[in-house]
Design a protein around this ligand. Structure first.
Ligand SMILES: *Cc1c(COP(=O)(O)O)cnc(C)c1O
Length: 458
């Protein structure tokens, strides 16, 4: 073992960053604004305030302020489970026989089991500050709903969660964690909203999707006084809160003078990748450094690698604003891939613009290859990774194996976003060799892309 660099690089509590970083301030080409599907005009604070919390809307629309102070209450909460460790994967390196140095930032050390708590606590804080009664949201795999229910119980807010039906059925334990923290959990699509009823009448057998649950949660927020809708990914504000991951990583690496060559993150809506990578991409934008950043997505839901950069709805019900992003079309319902958190048709507008401008690359990987990497990782590093996170592990291993061929000792950093204890059905399928890879055909993708809205794309 390399004695100089410890297995875990911890920061002290006092070293937790006290500001979030807003990469938009350093972007020459700003992400395209959200637009109102009715008018085709960019959304204003007045448009957003009835749906989302006021302070969060200010963060959403702010393309200029490079750093936002983290309110003291949020800093205090962060101390409960942060700083998260940056771990040198000595055992994985040894198992692979690679000269590469592999590091991973582990965000699974909290009850919600993922990085999502970093933003849910911020969103609950601003909702409370505004004097709201509660918030509504959707959850796919259940991590966001769990993270939000923890945050809401901390600030004594009501929490209504619409959970994608297949996850509700496959993950009863995650549901019970949410209920334990006081949230109400409804399987989506449901008969409790107009949009849910409409979707069910058209597709009675649907197992739901994130896009569809979003539509229901938004409707519940605007029809219940004192409620607002909150979202666990995609939005600019979520990427902003998640930069705590990348800022801590930068500090930890600096302690040992480590310069990363490759930075890897899985990409569902883009929040963990954005959170980990944008502080580094900021250095690239300012001309201070150069890194190779890789987004990893499931081959069953390949927004970056096979989608189109266009304005689209963020939800299946087509009631949300339009965002310009890499999308597969809001009506695209991905196959029941086991990485529920990566089953979203679109992508963060910030990351979409950065990708469009060539600041990072993207790769799509198949789920059997992902679980192979997950298993290999679990056996040597001890942590049972979430299927979503394992997409990043797959590519980190691939890159480390390339280093083995070339003999290069590159520094590879990847985000290990969470743990997989609630994903054991997926592991069961992999272990029993019944897992399959479903990859949409070009025709299917073209069919959904043909249905993109006209507004914004003319
Ligand atoms: C939600 C989730 C993701 C994907 O969401 P992003 O917004 O793309 O980060 C990845 N990993 C885990 C463990 C998650 O819960």
């Amino acid at each position: 073992m390399d004695k100089k660099i410890p297995y875990k690089i911890y920061l002290s509590e006092d070293e937790i960053p006290t500001q979030w970083y807003n990469v938009r301030a350093d972007m020459k080409n700003k992400p395209a604004p959200l637009i109102n599907p009715g008018t085709g005009q960019p959304l204003t604070l007045e448009d957003l305030n009835p749906i989302f919390c006021e302070d969060l809307n200010k963060q959403e629309l702010d393309n200029e302020t490079p750093y936002f102070d983290i309110p003291q209450e949020i800093q205090d909460f962060y101390k409960m489970y942060r700083p998260s460790p940056l771990i040198r994967a000595y055992f994985l390196e040894k198992a692979l026989g690679t000269p590469a140095h592999i590091y991973y930032k582990f965000e699974g050390n909290n009850t919600s089991g993922s990085h999502k708590l970093n933003s849910s606590i911020a969103q609950a804080y601003y909702a409370k500050k505004q004097g709201l009664k509660g918030v509504t949201t959707e959850t796919g795999a259940g991590q966001w709903g769990t993270a939000l229910s923890m945050a809401c119980s901390y600030f004594d807010l009501d929490c209504k969660v619409y959970m994608v039906k297949c996850s509700y059925e496959q993950k009863p334990f995650r549901r019970e964690v949410m209920r334990t923290y006081g949230a109400t959990v409804t399987p989506s699509p449901s008969m409790t909203t107009q949009v849910g009823k409409k979707i069910l009448s058209e597709h009675p057998d649907t197992t739901g999707s994130l896009g569809c649950a979003i539509s229901e949660a938004v409707e519940a927020a605007v029809t219940n006084p004192g409620y607002r809708y909150v979202l666990g990914s995609v939005l600019n504000q979520v990427l902003l809160h998640q930069t705590i991951i990348g800022l801590e990583t930068q500090k930890a690496l600096k302690k040992y003078d480590i310069k990363p060559d490759i930075i890897i993150g899985c990409a569902g809506g883009g929040s963990n990748l954005g959170g980990l990578a944008t502080p580094f991409i900021g250095e690239m934008l300012r001309g201070e450094a150069d890194y190779k950043v890789i987004a990893v997505e499931p081959a069953s839901c390949p927004s970056f690698t096979r989608g189109k950069y266009a304005y689209d709805f963020c939800d299946t019900g087509m009631i949300c604003p339009l965002a310009k992003m890499y999308t597969l079309g809001s009506q695209f319902i991905p196959s029941a891939n086991h990485a529920g958190g990566l089953r979203f048709h679109g992508m963060s507008p910030i990351l979409s613009q950065l990708y469009h401008d060539g600041l990072f690359e993207a790769r799509a990987v198949e789920q059997t290859a992902v679980f192979e990497a997950a298993t290999q990782f679990a056996r040597v590093e001890g942590i049972l990774p979430a299927p979503e996170s394992s997409h990043a592990i797959r590519v980190a291993i691939d890159e480390a194996l390339k280093c083995k061929e070339t003999g290069e000792a590159k520094n590879i950093v990847f985000g290990l976003t969470g743990t997989g204890y609630f994903d054991l059905y997926a592991y069961e399928q992999y272990n029993s060799k019944t897992m399959t890879d479903v990859i949409p055909s070009d025709e299917t993708i073209a069919e959904y892309l043909a249905k993109l809205p006209k507004v914004g794309n003319e």
